[in-house]
Design a protein around this ligand. Structure first.
Ligand SMILES: Cc1cc2nc3c(=O)[nH]c(=O)nc-3n(C[C@H](O)[C@H](O)[C@H](O)COP(=O)(O)O)c2cc1C
Length: 361
């Protein structure tokens, strides 16, 4: 491999100091991955912890940020905007690193008081917001007006293009594999990201199905500036959910999810338990939403995380469960992802050789 090829292959690896615990290593073989995401947000590892209802609290967001990623508080987990204010302040006592807030725009008959949540986010000096959901225009306009960096998460390229027009700073492209709402198109991340590379002008990160360094390296190869993970962060020491549920994720595999609420065009990927199977069965019988409302109630899902009974209600988890087999701290997880990704990128670079090699056969 000549010097130019090597330089090109390692374009996104820069020699910058890596922090391990409190010690700063500055040896020459110590590298870090530098992307538009790390540069714009001031994080060290290009990994974001996506918004997670009931899970995205200060314990997890601060742990992710302290470990070098971008932790995110989930605004609507807090019952009122004033509770969000308290949670932001609590998170600040737990980390001095950057963290963001997720604001999810739900299709609801009585929507949450979004202007009030935005006001708190602005007043509390939050610099990064992950938006997701329907009709994000007004919220994006308000937050952008205060100079906030917006990462808008979506599951379709047409929605990404609309958000680009609205002036978002970064997109988070969430594939069909993801936990939560994969949308109605059923297009996997591999395709969405490759199309994003061709069509989007705004930088993007890859979301859905990521849990290790191989995934991070693949996302960078697909033109992403980093990855967004949800399920993987649920199974960490600091995630504020019952340990039983972390073990349920460890035991689950890539086939342990089910798609619910498809018949109401609100498809949600959930952990496949008895409640989820009952919802799907009723949907197949053509029941109206009223007929499943009680089964999918948010309060029951909250009980799952609090009491540790994985069959108490429906709760979301992605196909990435097939890659999750331990419950590390966020620090251990992110160091592992970083190291694996660096090794893979450096190893792949060795595939670039001068032409004229002879086949062995
Ligand atoms: C328990 C849980 C709750 C979630 N809640 C939200 C939410 O409230 N808002 C949102 O935008 N995304 C939510 N998500 C989606 C994540 O932010 C992220 O996009 C998704 O988990 C990525 O897929 P992965 O689980 O394969 O990493 C949730 C995911 C999980 C696992």
């Amino acid at each position: 491999m000549n010097t130019k090829q090597r330089g090109r292959a390692r374009a996104y690896i820069q020699h910058t100091p890596r922090r391990t615990g409190n010690k700063q290593q500055t040896t020459d073989n110590c590298m870090a991955i530098k992307t538009k995401l790390t540069e714009a947000t001031g994080i060290r590892i290009p990994v974001v912890q996506g918004g997670m209802m009931w899970v995205g609290r200060a314990e997890l967001a601060s742990a992710v940020s302290n470990a070098g990623g971008l932790g995110i508080l989930t605004a609507l987990t807090q019952p009122t905007p004033e509770d969000l204010r308290k949670e932001i302040r609590r998170c600040r006592t737990m980390t001095d690193k950057p963290f963001g807030v997720n604001l999810t725009l739900l299709p609801a008959l009585i929507p949450p008081d979004y202007p009030a949540y935005c006001k708190v986010i602005i007043e509390e000096g939050i610099k990064i917001v992950e938006t997701a959901g329907n009709n994000p225009g007004p919220v994006i306009k308000t937050l952008k007006g205060s100079g906030i960096f917006i990462i808008h998460k979506c599951t379709a390229i047409r929605h990404a293009l609309s958000a680009q027009k609205l002036g978002v700073d970064m997109l988070s492209i969430d594939g069909f594999e993801c936990a939560g709402h994969p949308g109605e198109d059923d297009v996997t991340g591999l395709i969405l990201l490759a199309i994003a590379a061709r069509k989007l002008k705004v930088p993007y990160i890859a979301s859905g199905g990521f849990g290790d360094g191989r995934g991070l390296a693949a996302a960078l190869a697909l033109g992403a500036q980093g990855i967004n993970m949800g399920s993987r962060f649920m199974a960490t020491a600091e995630a504020p959910i019952h340990p039983n549920i972390k073990q349920s994720i460890v035991k689950a595999d890539e086939r342990s999810t089910a798609l619910l609420l498809r018949s109401y065009r609100n498809t949600t990927r959930m952990y496949k338990n008895e409640v989820a199977k009952e919802v799907v069965s009723r949907e197949n019988q053509g029941v109206k939403f009223e007929g499943v409302r009680e089964l999918v109630a948010g309060a029951r899902g909250k009980r799952v995380y609090e009491e540790g009974d994985d069959n108490a209600g429906v709760w979301t988890m992605g196909q990435v469960a097939g890659l999750i087999d331990d419950v590390p701290t966020c620090q251990v997880l992110l160091e592992r992802i970083e190291r694996e990704a660096e090794e893979i990128i450096a190893g792949n670079a060795k595939m670039l050789v001068g032409s004229g090699g002879k086949a062995k056969l």
